[in-house]
Design a binder for this molecule. Sequence first.
Ligand code: GDP
Ligand code: GDP
Length: 459
Amino acid sequence: MLPVVALVGRPNVGKSTLFNRLTRTRDALVADYPGLTRDRQYGQASVEEHPFIVIDTGGIHGDEEGIDALMAEQSLMAVDEADAVLFLVDARAGLTSADEAIADYLRKQDKKVFLVANKIDGIDADSAVAEFFSLGLGETVHQIAAAHGRGVTQLLTLALTPHIEALGQEVDADDNNDADELIFEEGQEVEVDAPEEDDKIKLAIIGKPNVGKSTLTNRILGEERVVVYDMPGTTRDSVYIPMEHNGREYTLIDTAGIRRRKNVNDVVEKYSVIKTLRAIEDANVCLLIIDAREGITDQDLSLLGFILEAGRSLVVAVNKWDGIDQEIKDNIHKELDRRLGFIDFARIHFISALHGTGVGHLYESVEEAFVSATKRISTSMVTKILDMAVFDHQPPMHNGRRIKLKYAHAGGYNPPIVVIHGNQTKYLPPSYKRYLMNYYRKSLKIMGTPIKIEFRETS
Ligand code: GDP
Ligand code: GDP
C-alpha cells in the first residue's frame, strides 16, 4: 500500500509548483500522449526508493459553493485519508487568517502535519517564517522554494521519509492481523488464498461516481465463482475479490466497495480518489468505465492520466449503452475519436452493466492486455524491429546530420520498455517517436498496454 501525502494550503501558496516538482519524473509516459488534458491533482512521487501518492488538494477557503464545495469535500477527505499532510504557507505574503483557519482544522485531525513555508528565495527566510510558529503546528517550519527546488530534498529526506518508513512498518504489522479477519460468504466454498502467482490477473474497476462500477461488479460476481470474499478494512481500502473465469484466476479490485451479504445493511461507500489511486497502483489491468450518457469528462481523463502514469494496462468500457438513441451513440463515437484517439492501444467496449450486454467480451481484452504487459521480449527481436522500422522510414536530419538509431534492447516489462541506442536521439520529433511506438506495437502484437520507449546516446 502506497502512503498518501496531501498538499494543503490556501490558493497561490505554491502547491501546484511543489506538486509538479515532486511528480515530474513520473510524467514521462504521460507526456508521450498529447491530448491528455489533466487537472493535475494527484500523482506519484518518490524519495530514495520510497514511492508515495501525492495529492494536490486544491485551495480550501472555507466558503465554497457548488462544484467548489465538492472539490473542497474531496480535499478534506484527502486530508482525512492521507498518511501525512504538507501544509504550505507563503513566506512572502506572511501569515493570513485563511492559514489560521486551515491550521485550526488540521490540529483537530490527529494527523502528521509538516508546516512548510514556501517562496523563501530572495528573502531573509528565518525572520520571515518566525510568525508561522504561532500556528501551533510543531517546532519546525520547513523552508523551501518550490519553484527552484531549494529545501525540497531536505524536507523529503529529513522529515517525510522517516515518517513514511515508520508507516510502512506499521502497515506490515496490520497486514498480519488482517489475515485472521477475513469474512466469508455464507454458503460459498472457502479456499485459503493461494500465494500470489504471476498469472493471476488483478483487475481494478475504475471510474468516477455513478458510472456503474457496483452494477458491473455485481453482474460479474453473479456469473462467476467467487472464492473468498474479503471485506474492506477502512473506507479507503478497496474490496479484493478472488474469482475465476474460463480457468483463469482473477482478483477483482472493487473500488465501489459493494457488499453482497444480504443480512448486512447496504453501506454505500463514499467515492474516494485515494482509494481509486491505490487500486490503480495495485492492479495489473484497469477497466476504466465511462458513462455513455455523460460522454467523456475531465474526471475520466484525469483517471486515465493516472492509469497511464502508473504504466498500467487499460481496457475501456463505455457503460449504459442500453436505451440510448443513435444520435447519442454517434456523438460518443466522435468524442472517443477526438478525446481518446491518442490511446489507440486500448480496446473500447460498449456495454450495459445493467442488462449484461457485452460484459462477457471484456475478459478477452483484459486477458490480451495482461498478456501484452507481461510479455517477455528479446533484445534480438527489438533490434530487428528497429532495423525494419528505420528501413521503412528513416529518422529525419538534424543540423545537416541524420539522426541515427543503432540498436535496441528490452528494458523491462509491465509496461514493456524498449531502450533504443543512437546518436542525437534527443532531437527525434514526437511524430517519429509515435511512429516507432506504433511499429513496435504492431510487430510485437501488443494491445491494451502502453509501450515505453527510452533513448540512450551512444558515442
Ligand atoms: P497553488 O495555488 O497553491 O497551487 O500555487 P501555485 O503553485 O500555482 O503558485 C502560485 C504562484 O507562486 C505562482 O506564480 C508560482 O510561480 C509562485 N511560486 C511558487 N513557488 C514559488 C517559490 O518557491 N518562489 C517564488 N518566488 N514563487 C513561487
Ligand atoms: P457506481 O457509483 O460507479 O458504483 O455506479 P452504480 O453501479 O451505483 O450505478 C449508478 C446508477 O447507474 C445506478 O442507478 C445504476 O442502476 C445505473 N446503471 C449502472 N449501469 C447501467 C447500465 O448499464 N444502464 C443503465 N441504463 N443504467 C445503469
